[in-house]
Design a protein around this ligand. Structure first.
Ligand SMILES: NC(=O)C1=CN([C@@H]2O[C@H](COP(=O)(O)OP(=O)(O)OC[C@H]3O[C@@H](n4cnc5c(N)ncnc54)[C@H](O)[C@@H]3O)[C@@H](O)[C@H]2O)C=CC1
Ligand SMILES: CC(C)CC(=O)C(=O)O
Ligand SMILES: [Mg+2]
Length: 362
């Protein structure tokens, strides 16, 4: 029987992006060998490298190519070289534009602590002993990252700058639905994180989430202010099942959640919208401090490939295979620098990638 060919656009980006993407591509090639599914990979530019080549962080041709794909795999963008450019042509603007351009309003960031990595967590052993398994559902195409911004002046205070947080009922409804649906498939606890004691946009957020909870009577809904949530994540992370929150709060809390599971180099993400097209990327950035040194942990990107198999390709068995391969390599004691500890073996980006692909082929 002939298999469907999945069209994947690969956007390596900047810094460690191309290094971790190389290992993710090797994973896809291994999947092809083992399963005979076909993946047609084609690369395109985004971020700093696109600015260098075309003067813009997201060329129209890149967006078009992504729209004509089944899925997009992205490394990371950004770096000091482009930090002084005006905001709208910085590498990060390309990232925001591709998320919005593809209509990917929901970003799923699973923070899981692997049993063999418990001692890589900076939290006390008694806090992580029963495991951490949190799904952060972050709104991705609204809020302050997309609101009106600009420069003005304040009398007697000189130049001023502003950014605006705004959410509509429709935007909150669709992300809340992803949160509730996700909770229904898990332990049925949803924590909506906001700052409703101060922000009007958070008060609307909370009203909408409460209204929607009537459709999900089995889900226990909690509300938490973001400052408390940041604290509770280190105090008692096991209380969380699914967290649903705004773009900026989700950005910040997911970096925190990643570290309590061992490292930011471990967390994958899936950005999804109304259809099956999704964008898959590690939650970390371009890590200029370790770029080009074979030090980056490729696991977050490889696990993003697993999420791609699950959400855009419908290949749950392949997704599981990749996740088990990662687990086995960790159980055998191999570690990149960000998760290394006494009694484990330090390996580089390339070696970690090849250890994982060789587990997949088994
Ligand atoms: N999705 C994206 O493309 C993102 C891009 N950025 C951009 O990346 C650049 C650097 O930003 P930072 O704030 O430093 O965040 P970052 O996530 O790039 O790095 C933060 C720290 O984590 C470490 N780290 C990150 N990924 C790692 C990995 N896979 N293995 C081992 N260690 C890892 C880095 O070495 C650094 O010490 C900036 O230009 C920023 O705007 C930041 C976050 C996300
Ligand atoms: C440009 C930023 C919004 C990227 C980032 O930090 C993220 O998406 O996690
Ligand atoms: Mg971030």
């Amino acid at each position: 029987m002939s298999q469907k060919t999945f069209k994947i656009t690969v956007l390596p980006g900047d810094g460690i992006g191309p290094e971790v993407i190389r290992q993710a591509i090797a994973t896809i090639k291994e999947v092809e060998k083992k399963y005979e599914y076909k993946f047609e990979l084609s690369e395109a530019l985004i971020g700093g490298c696109a600015i260098d080549a075309h003067g813009v962080p997201l060329p129209d041709s890149t967006l078009e190519q992504c729209k004509n794909s089944d899925a997009v795999l992205l490394g990371a963008v950004g770096g000091a070289k482009w930090d002084t450019l005006p905001g709208h042509i910085r590498p990060e603007a390309g990232l925001l534009a591709i998320r919005a351009g593809l209509g990917l309003f929901a970003n799923l960031r699973p923070a899981i602590i692997y049993s063999s990595l418990k001692n890589a967590s900076p939290l006390r052993a008694d806090i992580v002993k029963d495991g951490i398994d949190i799904m952060v559902v972050r709104e991705l195409t609204g809020g302050i990252y997309f609101g009106k911004r600009g420069r003005t002046a304040v009398e007697g205070m000189g130049e001023a700058a502003y950014d605006t947080e705004m959410y509509s009922v429709g935007e909150v409804e669709r992300i809340a639905r992803v949160g509730f649906e996700s909770a229904m498939k898990r332990n049925k606890i949803l924590t909506s994180v906001d700052k409703a004691n101060v922000l009007e946009s958070s008060r609307l957020w909370r009203e909408v989430v409460i209204k929607m909870s009537k459709d999900y009577p089995e889900v226990t809904l909690n509300h938490m202010y973001v400052d408390n949530a940041a604290m509770q994540l280190v105090r008692n992370p096991m209380q969380f099942d699914v967290i649903v929150t705004s773009n900026m709060f989700g950005d910040i809390l997911s970096d925190e959640a990643s570290m309590i599971t061992g490292s930011i180099g471990m967390l994958p993400s899936a950005s999804i919208g109304a259809g099956t097209l999704g964008l898959y990327e590690p939650i970390h950035g371009s890590a200029p401090d370790i770029a080009g040194q074979d030090k980056a942990n490729p696991i977050a990107t490889i696990l993003s490939v697993a999420m791609m198999m699950r959400y855009s390709c419908g290949l749950e068995n392949v997704a599981k295979d990749i996740e088990v391969a990662v687990e086995r390599v960790l159980e055998k004691g191999y570690r990149t620098g960000d998760i290394v500890s006494e009694g484990t073996e330090l390996v580089g980006t390339m070696k970690m990638g090849s250890l994982i692909t060789s587990e997949i082929s088994k």
